[in-house]
Design a protein around this ligand. Structure first.
Ligand SMILES: [Zn+2]
Ligand SMILES: [Zn+2]
Length: 127
């Protein structure tokens, strides 16, 4: 009798479910992402589009809390993050209006390359 073996007290770590109150935006995220993606398809060049879509995909896209100043009309009408021009101006000029777009600045300094894509494992570039 009293062969109490195998009853090793397992110290399972308790799940602290309220350790972090991380808000899960699962529900509005897909809609939000769609909306953002749709928005991004206008007014930017292919390169910037990829950057922005990457940001959305990896949840790194930050929406502006308040409009920024347009570089052309100087009014605070820029409502899209990472953009330097308001939409009317951008469409007027038909240029890419993303902030730090390589095409906006005719610079031959390639070290200024946008590093946004760096950790995307975007290695399908043909050299
Ligand atoms: Zn661009
Ligand atoms: Zn403007």
């Amino acid at each position: 009798m009293s062969s109490q073996k195998g009853n090793v007290a397992r110290s399972r770590p308790q799940k602290h479910q309220n350790m972090f109150s991380f808000k899960n935006h699962k529900f509005d995220k897909s809609i939000q992402t769609q909306k953002i993606n749709a928005k991004l398809h206008g007014g930017v060049c292919q390169h910037c589009k990829e950057v922005l879509e990457w940001r959305v995909k990896y949840n790194k896209y930050k929406a502006l809390s308040k409009p920024e100043r347009c570089v052309k009309c100087l009014q605070r009408k820029v409502k899209d993050s990472y953009h330097i021009m308001c939409r009317p101006c951008a469409y007027d000029l038909e240029v890419c209006h993303r902030r730090s777009c390589r095409r906006n600045e005719e610079s031959d300094d390639d070290s200024d390359f946008d590093t946004d894509l760096e950790d995307t494992e975007h290695n399908n570039q043909v050299n």
